[in-house]
Design a protein around this ligand. Structure first.
Ligand code: PEP
Length: 248
C-alpha cells in the first residue's frame, strides 16, 4: 500500500509564512518526482484556496482541519463540506484531539463529521487517541476502540473509504513519541477492529501522529500496520516535512 503523509498546520501561518513553506515544498522532491508516498497539507480554512492554487500541478494535495456536519444555513463559524470541495480540498481531518478537548467534540459528532466529509467527496482523516492518564490506567484500547466504534456504527458500508490517524494525546506537540512498538500495538488493534467490522476495511490507511520527526519517522513507518503519518510541528518546516515523507 502506498503510504500517506499529511501535514496539519493547525492555527499557524500567514500569507508570507505559507508562501515560504510552499516554496520549500515545491522545491523538494515531494512535488517534482513521483513521490513514494501520497502527501497532503491541511492549512487553516482561510488559506485553503490560496494553498490549493499555489500547489496546483504538484503532487501535493490539500485538506481541511475540520468540517461541519451541516451543509448550509445558520451555523455561524462553521465550514461545510461542499465549500471545502469547491475550493479544492480532498481530505478533512475530523476528531483531532485539540477539537475533542477544546471544543468538546464527542465520539458521535466526530463520526457524523466523517460521514459528512464522505458525502461531499472528502476523505475524512479520523483521529483517535488516549490521554496519558488513560494509557497509565491501562485504558488505551478501550478508549481508541470506543472512538473508532462510533465511526464504524455510523458509516456502515462506507467504512473502507476513510483514513484513521492514531494520535496519542500525550505525544502531540510534546516531543514524546510513542515507540514504534507502542504505536504498532495500537495500530494492530485498530486494524483488527476495522477488519472485524467490515472485511474491506482491513486496508483503511492507519496513520500515526505525535511528534513525528525526520529522525524517528523511518522506524515508525517500518511497522507493519503504520501506513503513514499525520504531522504537526514538523510540517511547518519544508525540509523536515519532505524528509518525513521521504522516509515513508
Ligand atoms: C498533530 O497535531 O496532529 C500532531 C501530530 O502534532 P505534532 O506532530 O506536533 O505532535
Amino acid at each position: 500500500m502506498k503510504k500517506l503523509v499529511v501535514g496539519n498546520w493547525k492555527m499557524h501561518g500567514s500569507r508570507a509564512f505559507n508562501a515560504e513553506l510552499i516554496q520549500g515544498l515545491l522545491a523538494s522532491d515531494l512535488a517534482t518526482t513521483a513521490p513514494r508516498a501520497d502527501v497532503a497539507v491541511c492549512p487553516p480554512f482561510v488559506y485553503l484556496a490560496e494553498v490549493v492554487a499555489a500547489l496546483q500541478g504538484s503532487a501535493i494535495g490539500v485538506g481541511s482541519q475540520d468540517v461541519s456536519v451541516q451543509v448550509q444555513g445558520a451555523y455561524t463559524g462553521e465550514v461545510a463540506g461542499p465549500m471545502l470541495r469547491e475550493v479544492g480540498a480532498t481530505y478533512a481531518i475530523v476528531g483531532h484531539s485539540e477539537r475533542r478537548s477544546y471544543h468538546a467534540e464527542g465520539d458521535q459528532l466526530v463520526a457524523d463529521k466523517a460521514r459528512a466529509a464522505l458525502s461531499h467527496g472528502l476523505i475524512p482523516i479520523v483521529c483517535v487517541g488516549e490521554t496519558l492518564a488513560e494509557r497509565e490506567a491501562g485504558q488505551t484500547e478501550a478508549v481508541v476502540g470506543r472512538q473508532l466504534q462510533a465511526v464504524i456504527d455510523t458509516l456502515g458500508a462506507d467504512l473502507a473509504r476513510i483514513v484513521v490517524a492514531y494520535e496519542p494525546v500525550w505525544a502531540i506537540g510534546t516531543g514524546k513519541t510513542a515507540s514504534p512498538e507502542q504505536a504498532q500495538a495500537v495500530h494492530a488493534f485498530l486494524r483488527a477492529q476495522l477488519k472485524s467490522a467490515r472485511a474491506e476495511a482491513a486496508t483503511v490507511p492507519l496513520l500515526y501522529g505525535g511528534s513525528v520527526k525526520p529522525d524517528n519517522a523511518a522506524q515508525l513507518f517500518a511497522q507493519p500496520d503504520i501506513d503513514g503519518g499525520l504531522i504537526g510541528g514538523a510540517a511547518l518546516k519544508a525540509a523536515d516535512f519532505a524528509a518525513i515523507a521521504r522516509a515513508a
